[in-house]
Design a protein around this ligand. Structure first.
Ligand code: APR
Length: 231
């Protein structure tokens, strides 16, 4: 079990140019999440939803991991087996930075899912409502991302990690969306030391023992350097 569990949110990818959801001019100030991030929205207008995720996929393909993603990959390389990153992000910047022990609890922009037979495969750059599943042939393909009202992935594995970790760190997340917003409290109840690394206090900032505020590309590498300077 990993000694250090790290939860990341959109804030860790902000300086890679991918924006966030709830900051000023964030995604939810430009789109109605009910239209583009719910099963009902997808049923109503699949073309709009595919266009939304095609645009985000294009942004992601054009983005690079930043110093914060790279610092977490460095920590994992220096402390093999000690680190688990649980990300709410659907971008692939943690993977491209080199993180291996990684759970994408809200799914992945770069993956496609057939709502008919459950097949998952690497998504093409552009998906459309007329795409057919490579196996069952149904025109029911969707981005393999978890929408509001759906169950996040790998929750049992995440809960086991939270109950066993010694250190829990949340990076770049506003603490608005459960179950992820409840992870710090769960880790604290299990005895972990909890640290928030964020641009500003999140909605659950009071749950943490320690907090460091600033851009992720500054506070995350500094925190990793501190950690690696200790035995
Ligand atoms: N460095 C560090 N933190 C940052 C930076 C930055 N450069 N820029 C923004 N932040 C912080 C903001 O202060 C905010 O607390 O990142 C957080 C982003 O919050 P949200 O936009 O709410 O994103 P997130 O917490 O990841 O949202 C959770 O909500 O919409 C759903 O599924 C979506 O996974 C997402 C979930």
């Amino acid at each position: 079990m990993a000694r250090i569990v790290i939860l990341t949110g959109a804030g860790i990818s902000a300086e890679s140019g991918l924006g966030t959801f709830r900051d000023k001019d964030g995604l939810w100030s430009r789109y109605d999440l009910g239209d583009v991030a719910t099963p009902e929205g997808f049923a109503r207008n699949p073309d709009l939803v595919h266009a939304f995720y095609n645009a985000r996929r294009a942004n992601c393909l054009g983005a690079q991991p930043n110093a914060a993603h790279l610092a977490l990959a460095r920590l994992e390389a220096e402390r093999p087996g000690d680190v688990l990153v649980v990300t709410q992000n659907v971008d692939d910047l943690h993977q491209r930075a080199g993180s291996k022990a990684l759970i994408q609890m809200h799914g992945a922009l770069m993956r496609a899912l057939c709502a008919g037979c459950g097949l998952r495969w690497d998504a093409p750059a552009e998906m459309s409502a007329t795409d057919r599943c490579p196996v069952c042939g149904a025109a029911k393909t969707r981005p393999d991302v978890v929408w509001f009202g759906e169950v996040p992935y790998h929750m049992e594995e995440i809960q086991a990690a939270l109950s066993a970790c010694e250190v829990f760190v949340a990076i770049g997340t506003s603490g608005n969306v459960y179950p992820a917003a409840g992870f710090a409290a769960a880790a604290r109840r299990a005895g972990a030391r909890c640290m928030e690394l964020n641009l500003e206090p999140s909605d659950v900032s009071r749950v943490f023992h320690d907090r460091r505020f600033g851009p992720a590309t500054e506070v995350v590498p500094a925190w990793v350097d501190d950690l690696l300077s200790r035995p």
